[in-house]
Design a protein around this ligand. Sequence first.
Ligand code: NAI
Length: 459
Amino acid sequence: MKLAVAGAGFVGLVHAAVMANQENQVVLFDVNERRIDDLNDFCAGVTDKLPIHEPGLPELIKSAQKKNTLFFTTDADKAIQEATVIFICVGTPPNEQGKADLKYVDSVAHNIGKVLQQSPGYKLIVNKSTVPVGTAKRVRKIVSQYYQGEFDVASNPETLAEGRAVRDASMPTRIIVGVDSTKARKIFHELYARFFLPQQEKIYFMSPESGELTKYACNTYLASQVVLTNIFANTAKQVGANWRDMVPAILDDVRIGKFVHPGPGFGGSCFSKDLAQLYHTIREHGGDEFDYTVLETVLAQNEHQKLKIMHDIEKAYKGDFAGKKIAVWGLSFKRDTNDIRDAASLKLIPHLLNLGCTVHLHDPEAMEEFIKEMEHDHADLTNALFFTDKYEAIKGCDGLLILNDWKTYKQPDFNTLREALQRKVIFDGKDLLEYASVKDEGDFEYYSIGRPDIVNVKP
Ligand code: NAI
């Protein structure tokens, strides 16, 4: 396939060299003439040094050169014109406020638009640079100023790490592709499937916004892990423990790095109290403020998260709660237990009652515990009704709120919901329901934690 790559930095140069060794014709262009001259000098044997150091890169470029599949130029117009796919790999440095400066991305987008205006034809424009959510839309808007014909804009964030960039790009563990069109997905498949063994393809297709955010999510998970590691190493030293001895036992906890299910915060008897104790341990041992305040932030976010779904409830009812009847499924902090300690229900339900709602509550095991806890807190339960049948609970309600993940809630009978609910709106505080199934039903409004709202449904 004919590819153009914009930006001969770490990402662009490595990507161009890798793709040129995979039966593609690649033209790498850059506004930095010196950089292009250096690359052409390297190819001509004038120098044996590349402008960037990456193990394996010189060999990869030489190999592509032999195949006649990799060219370096400052002639962006020609490169764009001849390519079907254009990878944008320019820098996105932070500006003074720490926001990504998109001027280089914009400049390539204008360039592409102008070329398309002169020579129309389908192009797949790919943001490989790390760009904020919304940049695919932004690039589309810029190109559309010049060209109204068919083109796609995708997010395909690079995941290589410097120092092992060639290995990462030649043997990727996964490829992230955010794009909506089927045509573009096929092209990506053609480009990237060869990097994987058959049946073991790891090309993750999603929307452009999801693709853009995935890159930031991965980096933030990793950055947070580095921070947590350092906090524990600091604390270990402070309290006379040995971090290295602890590591294997920590890594054998199968939940770490694997539990990625969003919901109304963590609950139960352990996490909050253990994090709170650790906060004190670090402080009492003279630990650094930066180390223990992270824990404070984690706990504060978790408390806030318990009420997060309220934004959606408010949105759906336009802030008018008077006389609203809401069914709530799930009182314990998670399925298969009657433990309601620290459960989101203890915070959310009094909140709904205070707003003037009536709540119809159901939980397979935790209702007694819930009542006990509420009575202990002197909560007024006049407008809280308790049901032993989950479908009885929703009768005549203005909406259903799901707060935990009992198996019985996972695949509700939509026909029963349809008949019983006064208003067909589901607030899924646990992201429990299958998104596509709800969407397919066609007439349920649906609000969840980590997925787009389903609104404007047929009545
Ligand atoms: P870089 O700064 O090394 O290279 C960017 C290149 O783009 C420069 O050579 C510059 O002259 C060129 N450029 C600027 N405007 C241009 C234009 N209009 N047309 C053509 N070329 C133009 O940047 P690097 O490190 O390669 O990063 C690129 C992007 O990839 C950034 O968004 C970065 O965050 C992301 N990224 C970087 C990784 C890394 O390890 N360096 C890893 C993963 C993503």
